[in-house]
Structure formats: C-alpha cells, structure tokens
Design a protein around this ligand. Structure first.
Ligand code: NAD
Ligand code: 89V
Length: 347
C-alpha cells in the first residue's frame, strides 16, 4: 500500500514533535510544509529535509497532491485553515485547543461533514501509554464499576519560555492544559452532565488563571475531580505527568508520580512501572507527550485507511470543549453548569 502524503501547516514550537512523530509512523509521511514565518519554515524544512515549502497555506493546498493536512498552528487560525482544507476535500487533523468558541468548533465539524472528509483533533494526552493502560484496566473490569475518580496535573514548570503566548491570553490553564485533563476524564469515566469549577491566578506575571479545580458529574453517576495547577512547587517536579486515582466497586487504581501503577482488588494488589518509552528523538521530561504524539498520528493513519472515525474526532472533541466552556462559566458565576446548555449552543 502506498504511503499517505501529508502536509503540515505551522512550523513552530510543537510542530517539531509532529514531524519527528510522522517519521516514526507507518504508512504516512509529510511531503510539504507551510509557515508564514520564513525562519521557522526554513528551520523545520532543513531539519526534516522537506524541500516543498510554502508561506501561504492556500497556495500549498492548491499545488500539492495530498491525502491529509496536519494543522499545528495556534487556535486563532484553526477555523480558517480547517475550512480551507475541507473546501479542497482534504482529511484534516487540527491541534488543540480545537476552537475558542463552541460556534467555531461546530462550524469546523459541519464543514468537514459536508465535504465528506474525516476531521481529528490532535488531543494526544489520552494516547499516553500509561493513560491507555489505566483505561484498559478499567475497561477490563479489574476494579469493578468506577464510582469516583481524580485526574490531576500539578506543576511549577516554566511553560512560558517555550510557549510565550500562554502568558498573555485572558484564559490559560483550563483552555490549554485542563482541556487535556478533562479529555482524559471523559476517556476514563464517560461524558459529563454538570461541571462546577473554581479558578485562581497565583503567578502575577501572567494574565489568565493558573489554578483550576473542577468537579464533574458524569452521565453514568461517576463523580470525578480534575485539578490543574502551574503554581505548585513540589519536592520532585512532575511535569508533564498526569496522575490518576480511580475507586471502583471491586477495587482501585492509582497512577502515581514516577509512572507507578498500583492496582488493588479482591485478588490482591500489584504494582507496575508504566514509564513511557523514550523514543529515539524524544527528550525528558517531554517524552510521555512525545510518545503520545506519534501514537495519535499512527491512530489517524490507521483510521484513515480503515475508514473509521478517530477516537478524538471533531465530533467527539466538541464534548471536551463543552467542558472547558462550562468550567469557565461555572468559575465566573460560582455556580454549577449544565453541560447540555453548552451543547445546545450548537444544536
Ligand atoms: P507556535 O506559535 O510556536 O507555532 C505556530 C506556528 O504557526 C508559527 O510558526 C506561526 O507562524 C504559524 N502559523 C500561524 N498561522 C498560520 C497560517 N495561517 N499559515 C501558516 N502558518 C501559520 O505555537 P506552538 O507552541 O507550536 O503551538 C501550536 C499549537 O499546538 C497550539 O494550538 C498549542 O496549544 C498546541 N500544543 C499542543 C501540545 C500537545 O501536547 N497537544 C503541546 C504544545 C502545544
Ligand atoms: O499541551 C499543551 O498544549 C502544552 C503543555 C503540555 C505544555 O501545557 O501547552
């Protein structure tokens, strides 16, 4: 079977992980690059020896023979670029946060549906191997029916030096990081009916909130807590590990710092080291995120070839985005928010 031909739009900070990941994926490669910034385009093109380079996305999409487009730009450009790809009937991957409003997300989902092309959001955190293992334990019934969970990301890592835009937006941790953690909560416990959230800004040098505590009432009765902080100095810095606690009717699972898995049930307890593989191109501490990039890219290729909807399709990711919107609405009013009301905005 011939390799799928992809084009990448956006050659910034995170795109280098996309490009390394694509090299490790079976069945696809990136054959053209686009960035409005000539220097970034040249650096990525030279590093990955990709000669076909464009400063204008429309020109690239009109000239290249492609099987898909991978968008790794920041959120403000997502809608225009996804709609551009859909107009040309190219299957498309879009980085998170998919959109800054439910209306934009809905427009992109509809554009791709009407064009008859698959759309996947690059929501990679659930593709970390440790998170997949925890999901498989729950799915396999080892702890019975989950009734309570906590998905936690607390750190003091300086994310602003690599991603300076994170310091300037009105919204910060829920939109950028919490979105991943909320998606993991959906992955582990199912869709959510109500959201109650509280936020704080501790770091005076940034504009948005850097601490969020979110209570989720899942549709199946599970209660979970998603908590995120970039203002938490710990004895051993855990960035970028997501920690998980799940209590079920027959036992419990813990994913502790250092990728330690602990499972307890009536048969006994066991412990496992779930440290992610260090891919040849990866660098600590980012290696768990980096392996998840390659995993989600492989998932895209497998789905595209099989005609299956990706796990984090646009249609699916709108439900994660609704939790982000509900969390901000709850934090603003100090009330609890019906997720159905967020979804109604696009019904
Ligand atoms: P960045 O600002 O470093 O890079 C974005 C690049 O896109 C820039 O070089 C910019 O010139 C280019 N660009 C923007 N609009 C364009 C357009 N219309 N045409 C061509 N080029 C255009 O941003 P980044 O830190 O690489 O983040 C990119 C996205 O990746 C963000 O949405 C961010 O949230 C996401 N991200 C995801 C993860 C993850 O684990 N999934 C991690 C980090 C960042
Ligand atoms: O996933 C992200 O978008 C990143 C990081 C993991 C650093 O928060 O901003």
């Amino acid at each position: 079977m011939s390799e799928l031909r992809g084009a990448l739009i956006g050659c910034g900070f995170f795109s280098i992980n996309h490009l390394h990941g694509w090299r490790g994926v079976e069945g696809a490669s990136i054959i053209a690059l686009c960035d409005r910034d000539a220097e970034r385009l040249a650096v990525a093109g030279d590093q990955f020896q990709i000669a076909r380079r464009y400063s204008d996305a429309e020109e690239m999409l009109s000239k290249e023979r492609l099987d898909f487009v991978d968008i790794a730009t920041t959120v403000s450009s997502h809608r225009a670029l996804v709609e551009m790809a859909a107009r040309r009937r190219f299957p498309v991957i879009c980085q998170k946060p998919f959109a800054s409003s439910m209306e934009d997300a809905d427009a992109m989902v509809n554009a791709c549906r009407e064009a008859g092309v698959p759309l996947m959001v690059h929501e990679n955190f659930r593709w970390q191997s440790a998170i997949q293992t925890v999901g498989a334990i729950v799915e396999g019934g080892e702890i019975g029916a989950p009734f309570w969970g906590r998905v936690s990301f607390r750190s003091a890592y300086d994310v602003f030096s690599g991603q300076p835009y994170l310091a300037t937006g009105e919204r910060f941790i829920i939109e950028d990081l919490g979105i991943h953690i909320l998606d993991i909560a959906r992955f582990l416990f199912g869709d959510v009916a109500r959201v109650t959230a509280r936020t704080r800004r501790v770091n005076p040098a940034i504009r948005g909130e850097d601490v969020a505590t979110i209570l989720l009432d899942h549709e199946n009765g599970v209660t979970s807590i998603v908590d995120c902080s970039y203002a938490t100095r710990l004895a051993v810095e855990p960035f970028p590990e997501t920690l998980v606690e799940i209590d079920g009717s027959e036992g419990s699972v813990r994913l502790n710092q250092g990728y330690e898995l602990l499972v307890a049930n009536k048969r006994g307890t066991y412990r496992k080291d779930l440290s992610p593989p260090l891919l040849p191109w990866a660098s600590r501490p980012w290696h768990n995120i980096q392996e998840s990039v390659q995993a989600i890219e492989q998932h895209w290729v497998d789905c595209l070839r099989a005609g299956r909807e990706p796990a984090t399709s646009g249609r699916d990711n709108v439900k994660t985005l609704a939790l982000v919107e509900a969390a901000y609405a709850s934090a603003k009013t100090h009330g609890s928010v019906d997720v159905g009301l967020q979804m109604q905005k696009i019904a």
